[in-house]
Design a protein around this ligand. Structure first.
Ligand SMILES: Nc1nc2c(c(=O)[nH]1)N[C@H]1C(S)=C(S)[C@@H](COP(=O)(O)O)O[C@H]1N2
Ligand SMILES: [Mo]
Length: 423
């Protein structure tokens, strides 16, 4: 309970804080404030004395100008140019689990191309009974599924192997997005072409100059892979592969081929390609770790975090973040305020969903003392997110990909937060 609320009559206090108290559970509300003269309440404001925009002003809406800092950002020194590059989702400023397409991270090897639906073709060839070509209109005639999945680049958090480096959840963990896809199971199209018995792999490639060709085991291709054309209800954005992309649930982002152009059924993987070896992790003993497609359970506190400091001082504080696993659903998330010495179970906003982001909250009464905030995800396979030290023991310091270690934010007494490591 905040000091200014203490002196108020119970009924009035209840009115101001009742809504928060109803939902807050363990933590008493107290984030309301005592009524005091405030021109925002007592004076008639501009927005109440004129008229707003008509319904023909914004045929397709963008976020209001006051939210203009909630955008994708890139890190200039990370890549030589912005064409073969990456930017980051502003996860520190989002809530819920669905990533709006307009601020969902982009990763291109040769830039985001523009391909009209009319010019779109998808070929299925190789070890099939009948090689087939589909137009966009053809794809729309197959039975569709709707599924929510996260897509994480294998390089997410890659800069953090050797030490705390980038100061913000957007930059340390923002190579991820989570969308509702509408599309046709790849299985349906493969069955239409007729897969030969000796087939074991599919080679998938895009229509861009890089083609981003990748091999995927046939088993996965026949399982939950989607040929998607809508995301969050609307057409895919150009940067996410308009008009059609591959969705490979739980597996690293580089397999999620954009501008999908060809699926070749094969009896072995195409692994001589340089791109394939790019996503190999070198272990502490110098041996390479390959074919690491599944993204292990991971989580991060999105607020408070370096780009989302505590601005209201001590008292009720909502700690929130995201958790996900490529091996199933999130079964729980623990949060530590003291750098991993003690843990408390966070509240999941909704039960963990398969291979999709889960939002968690821990509602605390902050005493104003500094905190070392950490979150630790657990998934339905029984896996627990490791500490940085545990991960380095196995993978060393020179890895780039698949860093799913526990992240620490040092929240200072003044509410500012910093990316740090605890031993
Ligand atoms: N055709 C094509 N597909 C591609 C890529 C690409 O450069 N070209 N990049 C891949 C990589 S490395 C990632 S992480 C994801 C990123 O998807 P996004 O841009 O929608 O975030 O797309 C993958 N699919
Ligand atoms: Mo990626």
């Amino acid at each position: 309970m905040s000091d200014d609320a203490k002196g108020m009559a119970p009924s009035r206090r209840q009115f101001l804080t009742g809504a928060a108290a109803a939902g807050a559970g363990a933590v008493a509300a107290g984030a309301g404030r005592a009524a005091a003269p405030d021109p925002l309440i007592t004076e008639v404001q501009d927005w109440a004395s004129g008229l707003g925009d008509g319904v023909d002003v914004t045929p397709y809406g963008l976020p209001i100008e006051y939210e203009s800092d909630v955008v994708r950002r890139n890190v200039e020194w990370l890549t030589a140019d912005t064409i073969s590059s990456i930017n980051f989702t502003p996860i520190h400023a989002l809530d819920g689990t669905i990533t709006p397409q307009g601020c969902a991270f982009e990763r291109h090897h040769s830039g985001a191309i523009e391909l009209r639906k009319e010019d779109y073709r998808l070929m299925i060839n190789g070890l099939v009974d009948t090689p087939l070509v589909f137009t966009y209109a053809d794809l729309e005639r197959f039975p569709r599924e709707n599924r929510v999945y996260f897509c994480e680049c294998a390089a997410n958090s890659g800069m953090e192997w050797a030490g705390a480096q980038l100061n913000g959840a957007q930059f340390t963990h923002g190579m991820i997005h989570n969308m509702e896809y509408s599309g046709v199971p790849l299985r349906t199209l493969l069955e239409e072409a007729g897969v030969s018995p000796q087939s074991k792999w599919v080679y998938v490639e895009g229509a861009d100059a890089s083609s981003n060709g990748r091999s995927i085991p046939l088993e996965k291709a026949m399982d939950d892979v989607l040929v998607a054309f809508k995301a969050n209800g609307e057409a895919l954005r150009k940067e996410h592969g308009y008009p059609v992309r591959l969705v490979v649930p739980g597996w690293e982002g580089n397999l999620w081929i954009k501008w999908l152009r060809r699926v070749e059924v094969m009896d072995q993987p195409v692994e001589s390609r340089e791109e394939t070896s790019k996503y190999t992790d070198t272990l502490a003993n110098g041996i390479s770790r390959k074919w690491t497609w599944e993204m292990d359970a991971k989580s991060v506190i999105t607020s408070p975090s370096p780009q989302a400091p505590v601005t209201h001082g001590k008292g009720p504080l909502v700690i929130t973040g995201l958790a996900w696993s490529g091996r199933g659903a999130i079964s729980g998330v623990d949060v530590s305020l003291d750098g991993g010495k003690t843990w408390q179970q966070a509240r999941l906003a909704a039960p963990g969903a398969d291979k999709a982001l889960t939002r968690f909250y821990l509602d605390i009464n902050w005493d104003g003392a500094e905190m070392l905030l950490q979150s630790r995800a657990r998934d339905t396979s029984g896996y627990v997110q490791p500490t940085k030290a545990q991960l380095r023991e196995v993978r060393g310091l020179n890895s780039i990909y698949h860093n799913n270690a526990i992240q620490t934010w040092w929240v200072k007494a003044n509410g500012e937060a910093e990316n740090v490591e605890v031993s």
